[in-house]
Design a protein around this ligand. Sequence first.
Ligand SMILES: Cc1cc2nc3c(=O)[nH]c(=O)nc-3n(C[C@H](O)[C@H](O)[C@H](O)COP(=O)(O)OP(=O)(O)OC[C@H]3O[C@@H](n4cnc5c(N)ncnc54)[C@H](O)[C@@H]3O)c2cc1C
Length: 312
Amino acid sequence: MNSTLRALESIPDVEIRENEPLARHTSFRVGGPVRVLARPRSERALFAFLDSLRELEVPFLILGEGSNVLAPDEPWDMVVVQLHLALSGLLPSIRKAQGPTVLYAGAGARLPDLLRFCIENGLEGLEPLAGVPATVGGALFMNASTSFGAISDHLVRIDLLDPDGARRTLRKEQLKPGYRTMGLPENTIILGACFELGPCANGELKERVDTILEQRRQSQPLRYPSAGSVFKNPEGQFAGALIDKAGLKGYRIGDAQISEKHANWIVNRGKARAKDILELMEKAESVVYRTFGVRLDREIRILTQLCRNPAP
Ligand SMILES: Cc1cc2nc3c(=O)[nH]c(=O)nc-3n(C[C@H](O)[C@H](O)[C@H](O)COP(=O)(O)OP(=O)(O)OC[C@H]3O[C@@H](n4cnc5c(N)ncnc54)[C@H](O)[C@@H]3O)c2cc1C
């Protein structure tokens, strides 16, 4: 890795952090040091960096806000790339009379910033996602959604690098958005997307967002670090209700706990380790299966299982 590291460090305009604790970059506040955390500062630097990773055949993965992932406790020999310094622009098209506006958002932009922009500019459509901590890229890859709607609802197109590194644009009709998936191959890198948003009074939008945020505060354990829902809801059922009925609400391993407020959330009560969280997930899976015969499907992504191998 040392000569590889020197080669990567020689690429201009890329912030490289060696042995960076991933706990600083995940919403669970869990994760040991990763060999390289790279933040290209421009689109040009990002492409040069990705080209080098491919040439050097270095495995890597993209991390957004880290709000849907579990990072390993142990030191990890991996390159993690973040896009927010290179790709966080928000560009609205010129609005025609009272018609819709097409807004381009870079993959590294944060959803709360995107929503603030929409409120300030009277653009409706993305407010169902209020309170979802994500980058645009992470939210698209996961097709983030709430009971009010999904990020794919107002999507027009996604710009991406496909697994062999070629730049492509996919229109919504070419995508297969589903529950917590946009149907994109694992090695895809989302660069940005266009959304079609309707006109709306900004006061009304702000009110809608505030109501959604208040509902979330009432029902979700936001006091402690977490990664949101741990399991997908099985067809016609709620994962949280199954875990609760199986008697696991409040169950704790080390500092990882199945939330007393919402049983589909695992919270970090202090110094939880990935190992504790994983054990808790396995416990919920086995007890729910034993009790109800239902197999829970994980929503949280285990980072060590995701490593993106460079294109051949
Ligand atoms: C308090 C809290 C509440 C939450 N509420 C919700 C909710 O209501 N609804 C919901 O859907 N989710 C929710 N989540 C989960 C999480 O916010 C979403 O899954 C979100 O979409 C993850 O975005 P991210 O940028 O953090 O992605 P990350 O967690 O960093 O990454 C998730 C996956 O996306 C990939 N990825 C990230 N960026 C890109 C990119 N540019 N190109 C390709 N792949 C990429 C990563 O490699 C990884 O596989 C919540 C999480 C928390 C902590």
